[in-house]
Design a protein around this ligand. Structure first.
Ligand code: ATP
Ligand code: MG
Length: 381
């Protein structure tokens, strides 16, 4: 069943499977209720029987959100209840095709001793909902809380139980939100959906690359990474700042990239190219609040750091693009989908793309390309 939200359907592997159980986790206020309400609104407009079980908010609150989201959302039937027994009864009676349970942590079974959200309660609630979902063919979207560290709250068994685990990420202060599958029995876990929070709810960002490229600067420390998010190429800006430090050890701040990856890139830079940042604070972030988690990001991070350290901007009119993995001996490694990554860069007018090739085999050579171009440009000027 298509939810009518293209980015969500893609992450789900083509849509919702009848009778499946999908867990959507995310930080408070990220938009879990918004996206699930919008999905139900579309499904109901397409003639499916839907039901929204809200344990966290009153029916009036859910209505208020629905008003923001448009007329279809107002037509979604709401049940505000936290008693598992009552919810199961309603599901048996209404037999919806799709239902949302917001959230799995607030439902409780009064016959059990634990408080709502405790391991025994969550396990029981999820187990019972799974049984009815499979028996009656109700596609069920469970909204789940996350812990302070960002992993899904509740017992691990919850993740085993469900068919898909989706994670909704992003920084609350930023408008971009990403949705990715951590587990999917019906599709790939590489797909990522990009959304933006608006007055009218979450809006899909289909041209995410264009947005990020247009916002990219040409200052020292800025390099566009040609990333692959599942089957889709995505251009994101990697920014680096290198500043003298007064701390021992100096700061290493990574936003949107893995800290270990940053440490590796710094070590390779120091050891194999002579760009040593041991006494400097280093900040690296992916603009727009997006996370990139692939080895192909190494080269872009390294180039951004080197360019920030030397204060030299890429010479091109348009931002410089790069992708490639760094080996521990300073060599560049090929990563998948090189042609699709370069095609995406070309599509948005980025002509200079530094990547592993026969002529650029090491990080040192890649830096050579970056700085030679910058030098010849400044001489010409
Ligand atoms: N009028 C508005 N215009 C723009 N954004 C809004 C508006 N009203 C709410 N929002 C956004 O919607 C977010 C809340 O969305 P939602 O209730 O779907 O989140 P949630 O993940 O379900 O949160 P919770 O964990 O509290 O249930 C707010 O953080 C805010 O960013
Ligand atoms: Mg909510």
């Amino acid at each position: 069943m298509k939810t009518g939200i293209g980015e969500l359907d893609r992450v789900l592997g083509g849509g919702l499977v009848p009778g499946s159980l999908v867990l959507i986790g995310g930080a408070p206020g990220i938009g879990k209720s918004t996206i699930t309400t919008a999905a139900l609104a579309n499904l109901s407009a397409a003639g499916q029987n839907v039901l929204y079980v809200s344990g966290e908010e009153s029916a009036a609150q859910v209505r208020l959100r629905a008003e923001r989201l448009g007329p279809h959302a107002l037509g979604v039937p709401i049940v505000a209840d936290t008693d598992l027994e009552a919810v199961i009864e309603t599901l048996e009676r209404e037999r919806p095709d799709v239902c949302v349970v917001d959230s799995v942590q607030v439902l409780y079974d009064p016959t059990l001793t634990g408080a709502p959200g405790s391991v025994s309660q969550v396990r029981e609630v999820a187990g019972r909902l799974m049984r009815i979902a499979k028996e009656r063919g109700i596609a069920t979207l469970l909204v789940g809380h996350v812990t302070k560290e960002g992993s899904l709250a509740g017992p691990r068994v919850l993740e085993h139980l469900v068919d898909c685990v989706l994670s909704f990420e992003g920084e609350r202060e930023r408008t971009y939100r990403t949705l990715r599958a951590l587990k999917n029995r019906f599709g790939s876990t590489n797909e990522v959906g990009v959304f933006e929070m608006h007055e009218q709810g979450l809006v899909e960002v289909e041209d995410a690359s264009a947005r990020f490229v247009n916002e990219a600067t040409r200052a020292p420390g800025s390099v566009v990474l040609c990333a692959m998010e599942g089957s889709r190429p995505l251009l994101v800006e990697v920014q680096a700042l290198v500043a003298p430090s007064e701390l021992v050890p100096p700061r290493r701040v990574a936003n949107g990239v893995d800290r270990n990856r940053l440490a590796l890139v710094l070590a390779v830079l120091a050891r194999h190219t002579g760009v040593s940042l041991g006494s400097a604070d280093v900040f690296v972030s992916v603009a727009g609040g997006v996370r990139v988690d692939e080895p192909g990001a190494d080269l872009a991070i390294a180039l951004a750091l080197a360019s920030a350290a030397k204060g030299i901007a890429p010479a091109t009119d348009r931002p410089l693009a790069a992708f490639g993995e760094l080996g521990l001996t300073g060599e560049l490694r090929h990563v998948g989908h090189a042609d699709r990554r370069t095609a995406e860069a070309r599509k948005f007018g980025l002509e200079s793309v530094i990547q592993p090739t026969d002529r650029v085999r090491t990080l040192r050579q890649a830096l050579g390309v970056l700085f030679r171009d910058a030098e010849s440009a400044s001489q010409a000027a």
